[in-house]
Design a protein around this ligand. Structure first.
Ligand SMILES: [Mn+2]
Length: 351
């Protein structure tokens, strides 16, 4: 039970790892792909209407498509639903190009479906998931407690749920369509950050398998669709306001419709060779949002963000990227008086 921590995971294993009442049920991590597939399939009947609930990002969308494919001839219908609004352009383009049928969670009634699956998430992850009784949980995030499901497969060492779903498809002898293979391939790329994150060999095996089936031009089209034309105006402002000193590049962009645009600008500016650090800030929802970027070599963006803004707002991140959000009421200045010089002054205090 240690490997997924669910209150009741139905794999019949006691805390000490000794087989429980059913000796045919093994520890989750010891099961073969075929055994997992059979257990997953055994949850469903021909008459079932299935709801797959996800928090829509590439990994969840691809995984949900795989579940739909695995259940195609085994249940009556499969509906994919997500609570969040998809704003990221790459994700919208993925939905559109790969024709992924997904609906907003508030437009469906989970209890009207006979079976419910949650994928790439767990019930406690979002308030809108908490009250849904799930039959199946498929995920790669660390296991949470306080819920139960008939079939649970959580593998926290995996870089993507998509890698797990490839194993299910292969065990079922199903060759994914180009759209499904492309979705899974892109999902693994995104969740492993192009394999720069710590992942398992299993992720690499699934990725290599998909390489022959996915359309790489479609992948590139999705990857390159990160900017709306209207967002280029913020780049114009960022370049105009930009200041470079002591290998540090600063730009305050002013009011922005979403902090995402600040991330896009910071990621663009970090390509400037003369800059070891990039600081991009903007105002969103009465908060000053600051995006930190550096190469992480003998530098720590997360620590700097915390030292600089931890007292007056929330701040944190990794060595090479970080973010801070400070309510304007915690700062002496009003929004209109904040400019790139303010950003320089604030961040230099702790450098
Ligand atoms: Mn994921």
């Amino acid at each position: 039970m240690k490997d997924n921590g669910a209150a009741t995971n139905g794999n019949g294993t006691s805390q000490a790892g000794v087989p429980g009442p059913n000796p045919n049920r093994k520890r989750n991590s010891k099961k073969t792909a075929k055994e997992r597939l059979q257990e997953f399939w055994s949850v469903f009947d021909k008459e079932d209407t299935v709801l797959v609930v996800i928090s829509a990002d590439p990994d969840a969308l691809a995984g949900a498509m795989a579940v739909k494919r695995l259940l195609r001839y085994r249940v009556k219908a499969v509906t994919i639903a997500y609570p969040n609004e998809i704003r990221r352009l790459n994700n919208l383009v993925m939905l559109e190009l790969l024709k992924i049928p997904a609906e907003r969670l508030h437009t469906v009634k989970p209890t009207e479906f006979s079976k419910r699956v949650i994928l790439d998430s767990q019930p406690p992850h979002l308030p809108s998931f908490e009250n849904i009784p799930f039959d199946v949980v498929l995920d790669h995030h660390p296991a949470t407690k306080g819920w139960a499901a008939t079939f649970v497969d959580i593998r926290k060492d995996y870089g993507a749920t998509a890698s797990m779903m490839v194993e299910y498809l292969r065990a079922a002898g199903i060759r994914p369509s180009v759209a499904l293979a492309t979705a899974l391939f892109y999902a693994i790329k995104v969740d492993t950050q192009n394999f720069e994150k710590k992942v398992t060999l299993a992720d690499a095996i699934s990725f290599r398998y998909l390489f022959n089936l996915a359309n790489l031009n479609l992948v590139r089209k999705i990857e390159l669709s990160s900017l709306r034309r209207s967002e280029l105006n913020y780049f114009r402002t960022a370049l105009k306001e930009m200041k470079l000193s002591k290998q540090r590049l600063y730009s305050h962009v002013g009011k922005v419709p979403s902090p995402d645009i600040l991330v896009l600008i910071a990621d663009f500016l970090k390509q400037v060779h003369e800059a070891a650090w990039v600081f991009v800030s903007g105002i969103h929802n009465d908060k000053l949002v600051v995006i930190f970027r550096c190469d992480g070599y003998k530098k720590n963006a997360g620590r700097l963000a915390e030292k600089t803004f931890g007292q007056i707002g929330c701040a944190g991140g990794h060595r090479e990227s970080a973010r801070a959000e400070v309510p304007l009421k915690n700062m002496v200045k009003d929004a209109s008086s904040i400019n790139t010089n303010t950003l320089i002054r604030l961040t230099n205090k702790h450098m």
